[in-house]
Design a protein around this ligand. Structure first.
Ligand code: PRX
Length: 648
């Protein structure tokens, strides 16, 4: 028998079936979609494409699959911005709210579908007047303001691909991404609000475009009112362009495989990859998943996804999915702790949010801030909660369920990636019995199999998450780098996509994500997932957040090192926590050392940087820390590591 890919240590038995009240209004309560997807995934997606998307021309071929390249709905033509805007207005829903936008300082803007269509049309005409043509690339470097969605949709309207770069990235990251994409136009802002202050964007953009020969024009949205230099002939104020533009800009039909956007993922090593997403398949899957995973009732729900448009979650579940489905969304500009730690809960109360989608890193931060913060607010409008970005520890799930959902809301834990474009593994909340911490099952129409090192099927226990058939929103490649595309995703297991994630299957076939396989530790020959040890630590009432890494160890190969953030008002000793882990998942998983810390090094999208923690644990000099959200955290950890003696 092959060696076990990853050990399966943690057992979680709590179950939450959908309530009768939730089922009563739910879109799916049985297995019919799964049955249909299993029978023939291509026909299943074809039905979704014709029901959820409006096509200018029907497709001839549902899917052409030349491994590792898929094309969907070939011969079909459509326009994404038409699907997100015009068709709702034409159906008489122009007055419906598309976005309630909340600025960090407290102002709000209400934007209807009609207003959004007008603004997008004007900006699409403006882009044309700046020389942007179908097939060009446009870079977007904006704060979380409605103009970010307008810019994306305007590009889609005229067939230019956008490449959004998160506003928190440095000028160097921006310049690298612009150069790789060879973008013609950059859309930015003077500045944006963050934690009560204006952070400058235009000065960063100016620095970036000093080294980007492809940029011909720059558009600047006024938001921060901070002083900026405008270069005559090159730089244009957004409001001047809009004032001068006509709102008549018919949406041009695009081929289904027209490039819709590039989005760069940093990964843990190497230069960022420009992930390519196209039009018809992408829109089909994001519309389908947004509708069914969030059980959307567009006439009643107020939906809020807290991601930034700079990440794929913002692309698929703030802009394209919700707008394609005619939903009403909240968009928030700032941080969760301005002016106080209850900002999110006050926004939910203010707009009567019914569907709330956020990340485990945020949930654990809320746990750290304490139960009293959500308790200050009426959260009774909520009916469904979502999680994305990392494995959600069972105790964080329980806290979310109890303190935000007040015990009444199902939680959809959605697994996917920038590369998958849309959600792949998730409960359907009216049909699936939930287990805290499990993303449950692959969605209908998705082919997923857990395999071991030799690519043999795993029925139960730990293994590697692979995708066995093409899906409509899958990446179409890495921009200008087909070899890397093949190597990064299709070479580890023949004929399949390997996502890089480890997972396990329990007795009931539920999927439990165990993090990136690069993070699996090898302790005395046991392959232990960092996620399981972290979840065991977080299940102690004193712990808000934990990060675990394997450090080289002369005796055991690797030794488990844990970094722990305590909840406000709690105290605990290192040995208490080590014993707690031993009790939860076994003595083998007991951390060799535990460091208490007020913070952890995270990427700007909130993922823990385990590579850096390994460097700290092994006393190495740190490599590249430029993608860190807060570089000071690491030096503080190094100082503490030098001071803290470790137990044996
Ligand atoms: O490791 C998985 C983790 O995030 C990775 C994808 O990151 P990114 O491309 O930045 O996209 C994040 C938003 C979709 C995955 O390979 N991940 C994402 N969602 C989950 C998750 N891990 C466990 N559970 C999830 N729900």
């Amino acid at each position: 028998m092959a060696e076990k890919a990853i050990d399966d240590l943690m057992l979680e038995n709590r179950k939450f079936p959908p309530s009768a009240a939730f089922k009563k209004t739910s879109l799916v309560t049985g297995t019919e979609l799964y049955d249909e997807g299993n029978e023939d995934y291509q026909s299943f997606w074809a039905r979704q494409a014709s029901e959820l998307v409006t096509w200018d021309k029907d497709w001839d071929t549902v899917c052409e699959w030349n491994l590792p390249y898929a094309k969907w709905f070939l011969g079909g033509q459509l326009n994404v911005s038409y699907n997100c805007l015009d068709r709702h207005v034409l159906a008489g829903r122009g007055d419906k709210v598309a976005f309630y936008w909340e600025g960090e300082p407290g102002e709000s803007r209400v934007i209807t579908y009609q207003q959004l269509l007008d603004e997008v049309s004007k900006f699409a005409n403006s882009l044309k007047s700046l020389g942007v043509e179908k097939g060009d690339r446009v870079n977007i470097y904006l704060p979380m303001i409605p103009e970010a969605a307008v810019a994306m949709l305007a590009c889609a309207r005229i067939g230019a691909a956008h490449s959004v770069v998160f506003g928190g990235f440095s000028s160097q990251s921006l310049s690298d991404r612009i150069n790789d994409a060879e973008a013609k136009v950059l859309i930015t802002a003077d500045g944006g609000y963050r934690r009560g202050e204006v952070f400058p964007l235009k000065p960063q953009a100016d620095e970036a475009i000093a080294t980007t020969p492809s940029i011909e024009k720059v558009v600047v949205v006024r938001r921060g009112n901070n002083p900026v230099d405008m270069k005559a002939g090159r730089d244009h104020w957004y409001h001047d362009l809009i004032d001068a533009a006509s709102s008549d800009c018919p949406a041009e039909p695009m081929d289904s495989e027209q490039l819709l956007f590039l989005l760069y993922t940093s990964g843990t090593t190497g230069k960022p990859k420009g992930i390519m997403h196209t039009t018809g398949g992408y829109l089909t899957q994001v519309a389908f998943t947004h509708k069914y995973v969030f059980d959307l009732n567009p006439d009643k729900d107020i939906y809020w996804c807290t991601a930034d448009v700079g990440w794929v979650t913002g692309h698929s579940y703030i802009v394209y999915g919700p707008l394609a489905n005619g939903a009403t969304s909240v968009m928030y500009e700032g941080v969760p702790n301005y002016p106080a730690n209850d900002r999110f809960w006050s926004i939910i109360e203010k707009y009567k949010v019914s569907i709330f989608y956020t990340a485990p890193t945020a949930i654990r931060t809320f746990m750290k801030w304490g139960d009293q913060e959500p308790a200050k607010h009426d959260l009774s409008s909520l009916r469904l909660l979502g999680s994305v970005g990392e494995p959600i520890n069972p105790e964080a799930w329980m806290w979310y369920h109890e303190h935000i959902g007040r015990g009444n809301c199902p939680i959809v834990d959605t697994w996917w990636q920038t590369e998958t474009g849309g959600i792949m593994i998730s409960p359907l909340p009216g049909a699936t019995t939930l287990k805290p911490g499990s993303a449950t099952f692959a969605l209908p129409g998705i082919g997923m199999e857990v395999v071991d090192d030799e690519c043999h099927h795993v029925e139960k226990g730990g293994g590697y998450l692979t995708l066995t058939q093409p899906w409509p929103a899958m990446l179409r490649g890495i921009w200008k780098d087909p070899e890397r595309y093949q190597d990064a995703y299709w070479s580890r297991f023949e004929g399949r996509y390997f996502a890089g994630d480890g997972c396990k299957l329990d007795d009931d076939g539920y999927i439990w994500l165990l993090g990136r396989v690069d993070d699996v530790m090898n302790v005395s020959g046991h392959r232990i997932s960092t996620t399981e040890v972290e979840s065991a630590l977080v299940s102690h009432p004193a712990v808000a957040e934990a990060a675990v890494v394997g450090a080289n160890d002369a005796t055991t190969g690797q030794a488990i090192m844990a970094y722990v953030i305590l909840r406000t008002g709690f105290d605990v000793t290192e040995s208490d926590l080590r014993n707690h882990v031993a009790k939860e998942i076994g003595a083998i998983a007991k951390p060799k050392a535990i460091f208490f810390t007020p913070d952890l090094p995270k990427t700007r999208s909130g993922k823990i940087m385990r590579r850096l923690l390994r460097d700290v644990a092994e006393g190495r000099n740190l490599g590249d820390t430029t993608t860190l959200a807060d570089a000071n955290v690491v030096s503080e950890l190094q100082r503490r590591a030098a001071e803290t003696p470790s137990e044996d």
